[in-house]
Write a protein that binds this ligand. Structure first.
Ligand SMILES: NC(=O)C1=CN([C@@H]2O[C@H](COP(=O)(O)OP(=O)(O)OC[C@H]3O[C@@H](n4cnc5c(N)ncnc54)[C@H](O)[C@@H]3O)[C@@H](O)[C@H]2O)C=CC1
Ligand SMILES: O=C(O)[C@@H]1CCC=N1
Length: 268
């Protein structure tokens, strides 16, 4: 059972805590949480029985071995500076901040700080997360295994070279933020054609779930697409519109733009 300190109890702090507790990886009473917003602490205390603490020092000096930093990239430097004096090399520091490199983290903490950079995603809260991890400074393979084990409890977790962290951020970190509007557009399209919204929504969600399950088998995306596409049928008529609009190019541009933005965040 992991004892964890969490700094930042926003969307992602909440998602991870929910995932860790519901997967049995930790107990609410073993999780200490610090957030500048008291209402967030109350929400998490009521929901999962976590232990709220009132200062950064409290969460940093507690006996928890792992400290997860789940705050916005823009305030990471200031918070790391404040943490530096408390933790040295005693704790494993896991950052989930988009764009913030381990180089920046080590320069703020200490060159031998045990640092792991993770890019998780919001579906961790329902056990279907996708996370990529890399280590730096004094973090050894044992630290990496601990982190991989933790994030595996809430989905898929893989080790990657840090040079790929920004594209992972664009793909799986931001990915849900692109998929929900696409799902909404599918539903709206069906509503436009006269289907009621409740039915349209239910069929949209199941279609995404089912398609992901089919893709999970490892078959190529184009082979899967061909299986749905009858000669002279409905799917090919829709695909022609998709290709005419350049949807694939647009989605590739989306990943490129988000990757570039992640790169910029380290300099903001
Ligand atoms: N939202 C997402 O789906 C994902 C977010 N991330 C990363 O997770 C991090 C957090 O993002 P969100 O949870 O979406 O943001 P959020 O804004 O929902 O949560 C951030 C929390 O940090 C708190 N906070 C602000 N200053 C603080 C301080 N000095 N000390 C302690 N707490 C403080 C805020 O009150 C807030 O509750 C970001 O770095 C983001 O890049 C990574 C993967 C996915
Ligand atoms: O939008 C963002 O910057 C964060 C990182 C990945 C998902 N949300």
């Amino acid at each position: 059972m992991q004892h964890i300190g969490v700094i930042g109890a926003g969307n992602m702090g909440f998602a991870l805590i929910r995932g860790f507790v519901s997967s049995g990886k930790s107990l609410g009473e073993h999780i200490r949480v610090f957030d500048v917003d008291q209402t967030r602490l109350s929400v998490l205390k009521n929901e999962f029985g976590v232990v709220p603490v009132t200062t950064l020092t409290d969460v940093a000096t507690t006996d928890t071995e792992i400290l997860i930093v789940a705050i916005k990239p823009q305030i990471m430097p200031a918070v790391l500076d404040e943490l530096a004096s408390h933790i040295g090399e005693t704790k494993l520091v896991i950052s989930i901040a988009a764009g913030i490199s381990t180089r920046t983290m080590l320069s703020r903490l200490s060159q031998r700080a045990r640092v792991i950079r993770v890019m998780p995603n919001a579906p961790a809260m329902v056990g279907f997360g996708a996370a990529a991890l890399c280590k730096a400074g004094g973090a050894d393979q044992k630290d990496m295994d601990v982190a991989l084990d933790l994030f595996s409890a809430v989905g898929v977790a893989v080790a990657v070279d840090e040079k790929y962290m920004n594209v992972v951020t664009a793909l799986s970190g931001s990915g849900p933020g692109y998929l929900f509007p696409i799902m909404e557009a599918f539903t709206d399209g069906a509503v436009r054609m006269g289907l009621d919204r409740v039915t349209a929504r239910a069929l949209t969600v199941q279609t995404f779930l089912g398609s992901a399950k089919m893709a999970e088998t490892g078959a190529s995306f184009s082979e899967l697409k061909d299986r749905i596409t009858s000669p002279g049928g409905t799917t090919i008529a829709g695909l022609q519109e998709m290709e005419r609009a350049g949807l694939r190019g647009i989605l590739m541009d989306v990943i490129e733009a988000a990757t570039n933005r992640a790169q910029e965040l380290d300099k903001d």
